[in-house]
Write a protein that binds this ligand. Sequence first.
Ligand SMILES: [Ca+2]
Ligand SMILES: [Ca+2]
Length: 98
Amino acid sequence: MFLESKLKEKLKTPLDAFWIGLTDSQAEGRWFWVDGSPLDPRLSFWSDGEPNNWAGQNPAGEDCVRMEKKENSVDLKSWDDHSCHVQLKSICEKPAEM
Ligand SMILES: [Ca+2]
Ligand SMILES: [Ca+2]
């Protein structure tokens, strides 16, 4: 909800999207964050039909996850696995400033 509220004004078109640091590049279908921690399936927000490892754009499939604009959707499902070779902005986490 925090990220969605922060990104709402930055995700203006379907072309806008942000890498969130989640990948299954080591083993297909096994999702890990860039810090090495596994994805908690209870805290995943895949868009309908995702992840689909689509090979239409890159034969290697899709191993990196982006958060994208949602069309007329009120839930938080906004994740899409995508080709890692596409350049996008990224969301990074850092400690809160005291
Ligand atoms: Ca994949
Ligand atoms: Ca996909």
